[in-house]
Design a protein around this ligand. Structure first.
Ligand code: BDR
Ligand code: CA
Length: 312
């Protein structure tokens, strides 16, 4: 069983990642940090509260993360991919809301759960803040699983930059430079984690769990958006879900140990760089980049977890 704190900005694939984490018997969600990203922080918080309500898991605290990137610029949101409110066509009922827990509570949770894993599937501003505001986490956090960057493939917001790293490149640069025990799931791997409407139907035929019932509408919106972006694609990439799936099943992918740099300015802003030359050396610190994914294993795991009862 892995104990995790999940940093997210739901967002459709973030929302499915939250469902996956709550349903997976191998994962105990200690807290979810809500931040700006695919939608603003307030909307992200309402979406997390709605998902926790559907799961009957209002005991999981929602921690208030950051509102904007460290540049101070107004964030760009992506309604064409994630919907106006981040859940495709779904608007969470107004009467469902949860109080935000103060950011400082994260230090208590981390101290009380030594050896936990931190998973960040959004912009890295909140995670960088954890370092900037507090003490050294290396003793207490076992590993950081991060969705971000792109190697050997184009970016998804600029020719070379991926959305999470582009959203706050200064924060991503800091996280990659200062943190240890990093496992990075970049676009070259997450783009392959395609889920189709046929897969969704298979899941829905196997479960009547209330949390999963919104999957149909949410995934239809997300897949339609991707079909406009990438002609010929059969479904949509579950960037954030596969990051969690790799955390539980690390051997489902192959990693290479390399330092990662993130460009913070210029036309390459948000671009991730690592040295893959034959003469290059493994990173001195434990910094790992996923380069390969066993797609069939991911698919099997995704369907199994999403159709499970959620009993831990
Ligand atoms: C990442 O950007 C967001 O839009 C997704 O939720 C994912 O975390 C993919 O580039
Ligand atoms: Ca995300």
């Amino acid at each position: 069983m892995k104990k995790i704190i999940l940093f997210a900005d739901p967002g459709i694939d973030d929302s499915v990642a939250i469902m996956y984490a709550l349903l997976n018997p191998e994962i105990e969600v200690l807290a979810i940090v809500s931040s700006y990203g695919n939608v603003d922080k307030e909307q992200a918080t309402d979406n997390i509260a709605y998902l926790l309500h559907l799961a009957g898991r209002e005991d999981v605290p929602i921690i208030g993360g950051t509102n904007a990137p460290s540049s101070g610029e107004t964030p760009t949101y992506y309604p064409e991919i994630h919907g106006e409110d981040g859940l495709g066509p779904i608007r969470p009922p107004e009467e469902i809301s949860m109080e935000l827990t103060n950011f400082s509570e994260l230090y208590t949770i981390i101290r009380d759960n030594k050896g936990l894993t931190i998973v960040d599937v959004g912009r890295n501003t909140s995670l960088a803040s954890l370092f900037l505001l507090g003490e050294d986490l290396t003793e207490d956090v076992k590993e950081f699983y991060i969705m971000g960057g792109a190697f050997f493939v184009p970016g998804n917001v600029t020719p070379s930059a991926e959305a999470n790293f582009y959203g706050d490149p200064t924060a991503s640069h800091l996280v990659m430079k200062e943190f240890n025990d990093i496992y990075l799931a970049p676009l070259n791997v997450t783009n392959k984690a395609i889920i189709t409407m046929e897969h969704v139907q298979t899941i829905l035929e196997m479960t009547d769990h209330p949390l999963v019932q919104i999957l149909d509408d949410v995934m239809k919106y997300y897949i339609d958006a991707y079909k406009k972006l990438v002609p010929g694609i059969s479904g949509a990439p579950m960037h954030d879900v596969v990051t969690l799936s790799l955390m539980v099943n690390p051997s489902m992918g192959k990693t290479i140990r390399r330092d990662v740099d993130v460009l913070t300015a210029g036309s390459g802003m948000g671009t991730s760089i690592a040295d893959f030359r034959v003469s290059s050396k493994p990173a001195e610190k434990n910094s790992n980049i996923y380069l390969e994914l066993d797609y069939e294993a991911f698919l099997k795991d995704f369907i199994k977890v999403m159709s499970s009862s959620g009993e831990k």
